[in-house]
Design a binder for this molecule. Structure first.
Ligand code: UDX
Length: 447
């Protein structure tokens, strides 16, 4: 089966390169010609571990071909995956203009080539969208036999390739023509032949809803544990990490996605929770739990700035180091990163802010400009500062010892908002505060 990808962003490019690495013929198209040119030379336009190598190999092996027109792609493929972005509108609702734009272009290419591959919607879209895409293509291409399936992805940034090659589940949504679902199922069975990956066949609306429910549930777990963290933090000697570890042992709860922190960010959770709220409201249902998840997350970064202000009272002219700007480790992505409201608040309060991130510095320069000092290493960043806030759980930061802070900072106050450090060890050497950790009685403020 020959597969085409329309949209070579994070999802499209990672999935295409992963498929090509398994000797599947893949064709890629994006309407950003600069991006296409980079990819054709084997260069990934963003940071994603192991993708660079994989892309280079699949371009040179010939399994991944770049197409410079949609007709070229449509003509050569049996199935075309739509993987374009679905950003938020200002009111939180989903903006489907890129998806419908891609559908219009596909219809035009089908009309010109008289070749109609199966259309597979990978982009995260609200329930009913695949059906609308089908109607649009039928009307515009003048073809009756168009099959549109839904095939949501569950990839995480930072492990996109691994997640594509080892998914926990494949969901295929198909409404009328179950022949197409069988075709896709056979494709995935071939791809994952050595592994036993469950494959679910559903309607397109159910498949679309599965994706939103998945992300909304994970976001709920995070906002839930952050709420508990904020309570724990106000109880002497109480620690959310131990609470999370204990409840995670209950098989009905499970241990994952219970890491308390400064809130969730990235290109999916914030956008998808908002889109589901808006979609639900458009159906005249007020999803109270989702609104609370979203509000809790919007406020969570300010738990961190409140902690800084509680320690210093007035942070004007206080030198603060921020370690980690990306929304999570192993990515250079700052979309909805909690570093943005946190750093902006510190700047508004006239703190002198120094920042460092192993991969996200270029993107961060576009956001913070000259308002912060960009440093070349973690040690350079903390040097001479009176407070250090950890905002991303990069492995590099986990290697820092409490002595590094004590030696390099002018006043060693460490705020661990991602729970990367061993709290009892740090508390012996520096003034240590962490999200979800109530201060032990004997915290030595004179260290
Ligand atoms: C997420 C989903 O995991 C993935 O299945 C979907 O396809 C896209 O959205 P991603 O955004 O790449 O993936 O990252 P993820 O690892 O899920 O983390 C999202 C955010 O939640 C990050 O800001 C992370 O720091 C935060 N998080 C995650 C927590 O605060 N606590 C946790 O326990 C887990």
């Amino acid at each position: 089966m020959k597969i085409g990808f329309i949209g070579l962003g994070f999802v499209g490019l990672s999935t295409a390169a992963a498929f090509a690495s398994k000797d599947i013929k893949v064709f890629g198209y994006d309407n950003d010609s600069k991006k296409l040119e980079l990819i054709s030379r084997g260069l990934v336009p963003f940071y994603e571990p192991s993708l660079q190598d994989l892309l280079k190999k699949s371009i040179s092996s010939g399994f991944f071909k770049i197409c410079y027109s949609l007709e070229e792609l449509i003509l050569q493929t049996d199935a075309v995956f739509i993987a374009v972005g679905t950003p938020s509108n200002n009111d939180g609702s989903i903006n489907l203009s890129y998806v419908f734009g891609a559908a219009e272009s596909i219809a035009e290419a089908i009309r010109k080539t008289r070749h109609a591959p199966t259309i597979v919607v990978k982009s995260t879209v609200t329930p009913g969208t695949a059906k609308q895409i089908k109607q649009l293509i039928i009307a515009s291409a003048g073809e009756d036999h168009i099959s549109v399936c839904s095939n949501p992805e569950f990839l995480r940034e930072g492990s996109a390739v691994q997640d594509t090659l080892n998914p926990h589940l494949v969901v295929i949504g198909c409404d009328d023509d179950f022949g197409q679902a069988t075709l896709l199922k056979a494709f995935y069975e071939g791809l994952y032949s050595e592994k036993k990956i469950p494959i679910m066949i559903t309607t397109t609306s159910t498949a679309e809803m599965i994706k939103y429910t998945n992300n909304a549930f994970l976001a709920t777990k995070i906002s839930f544990i952050n709420t508990i963290a904020n309570i724990c933090q106000r109880i002497e000697g109480c620690d959310v990490e131990t609470v999370a570890q204990a409840i995670g042992m209950d098989p009905r709860i499970g241990p994952l996605f219970l890491r308390a922190g400064a809130g969730y960010g990235g290109s999916c959770f914030p956008k998808d929770v908002k889109a589901l709220i808006s979609f639900s409201e458009s159906r005249r249902y007020n999803p109270l739990i989702l609104s609370s998840v979203d509000t809790t997350n919007r406020l969570q970064p300010f738990e961190v700035t409140a902690l800084v202000e509680k320690i210093f009272r007035n942070i004007s002219r206080i030198k603060i180091a921020v370690l980690g700007l990306a929304f999570k480790k192993d990515t250079d992505d700052l979309r909805e990163a909690v570093s943005i409201p946190i750093v902006n608040t510190l700047i508004d309060r006239e703190a002198i802010v120094r920042v460092y991130d192993p991969k996200a510095m270029t993107n961060a320069k576009g956001i913070f400009g000259a308002r912060v000092t960009f440093c070349n290493s973690a040690l350079e960043c903390i040097s001479g500062t009176e407070c250090c806030i950890i905002l991303t759980d990069w492995e590099e930061f986990k290697q820092l010892r409490p002595e590094d802070f004590k030696k390099n900072m002018s006043r060693p106050i460490v705020i661990d908002s991602r729970r990367v450090f061993d709290a009892p060890k740090f508390e012996k050497v520096v003034e240590f505060h962490a999200i979800g950790r109530g201060q032990p009685k004997a915290q030595n403020k004179n260290l």
